[in-house]
Design a protein around this ligand. Structure first.
Ligand code: UD2
Length: 300
């Protein structure tokens, strides 16, 4: 059985990865319990409380065959308030793991970057070659993590690869987190019989991808030898407006409430949509969960 280390294994992406892999691999989870909505892990999964910057993280890398690095400081807003903390977690944390991976014999190092590396897109859909001009310390730290992964591949032969997810959603996105995504917020409001709050005029677009499709693309990164040394967009290739999203949520939750409009959020990007041709061609990736299906999961 392969030994897989999942950093951030109690978080949104990590916890679904644990579910997808625990029957076929020996899983270790490293998590600092900063953002978890999961109460119990499947039997046999070894959970270690710790930080990616710590010595324990490096030791764990050396004890495993595969590293899937999902742990991160995940908030754009928090990164604006505390860029040093953001860089410590996302840059030094990643480098700590990469250094340990360089000394050991991991067969795959998978890094979760972000579409935040693109900043405000100059055109959509956004392919991987689009200019990378991040607008936040978070975008810079994620780009930096990617660059280290690619550099370790080129210089040291580390079998690393990265994805740039667009807007991920799932029922396990921490609803208590003030930086939680728009889908979680709209659903919380709808369940409470309140109207969703839209920042701006609601014509901004986003490419919402179910966490199940993110798990699928990571599984492909594990299987495909060609993936190493590459960065892939992880989106659906489709986008909708925030107004359309609000209507869909209200319809699914049968909520007869009025939408409220508030001033645009500073720094918000207007249009976002992925071009996933590269992942389709090299990995054979095809997103499977429609937004309606993905939202229905929140009603279960
Ligand atoms: C996403 C990521 C972020 C980063 C960024 C890169 C999430 C949760 N965040 O930020 O980590 O990668 O993309 O560009 O995936 N909105 C409302 N009402 C609300 C909440 C949000 O109208 O109650 C709007 C918000 O102003 C924005 C859109 O919905 O225009 C999406 O907001 P978000 O916070 O879900 O995600 P985003 O795209 O800002």
């Amino acid at each position: 059985m392969q030994r897989v280390l999942i950093t951030g294994g109690l978080g949104q992406v990590g916890s679904y990865l644990v579910d997808a892999l625990y029957e076929e691999a020996q899983i270790s989870v490293l998590d600092n319990y900063s953002s978890t909505t999961r109460e119990a892990v499947p039997q046999g999964v070894n959970v270690i409380k710790g930080d990616v910057r710590d010595r324990i993280a490096a030791d764990l890398v050396e004890q495993n065959d595969i590293v899937i690095h999902t742990a991160a400081q995940i908030s754009v807003t928090a990164s604006m308030e505390d860029p040093l903390f953001d860089a410590q977690s996302n840059v030094f944390g990643t480098l700590n793991l990469l250094e340990a991976a360089r000394r050991s014999s991991v067969s795959r190092f998978i890094y979760i970057s972000s579409a935040a590396v693109y900043g405000d897109p100059v055109s959509v859909p956004v392919a991987e070659s689009h200019p990378q001009e991040p607008l936040s310390p978070y975008g810079v730290s994620k780009l930096s993590g990617e660059k280290y992964c690619m550099m370790y591949h080129k210089a040291f032969g580390l079998p690393s690869c990265c994805i740039r997810p667009f807007n991920i959603y799932s029922p396990r996105q921490d609803p208590g987190n003030p930086y939680s995504g728009v889908i979680s917020r709209f659903i919380e409001k709808a369940k409470a019989g309140e109207g969703p709050v839209i920042f701006g005029d609601g014509t901004q677009t986003r490419d919402f991808i179910s966490v199940h499709d993110i798990v699928d693309i990571i599984m492909l990164l594990l299987k495909k030898e060609d993936a190493c040394g590459h960065v892939f967009n992880a989106g659906t290739g489709n986008s909708i407006t925030v107004n359309e999203l609000a209507s869909l949520v209200l319809e699914i939750f049968d909520a007869d409430v009025a939408v409220q409009y508030m001033p645009e959020r500073p720094g918000d990007i207007k249009y976002s949509c992925s071009d996933i041709s590269k992942a389709r061609t090299i990995l054979g990736f095809e997103p499977k969960v429609s937004l309606r299906e993905g939202l229905m999961e929140f009603t279960e």
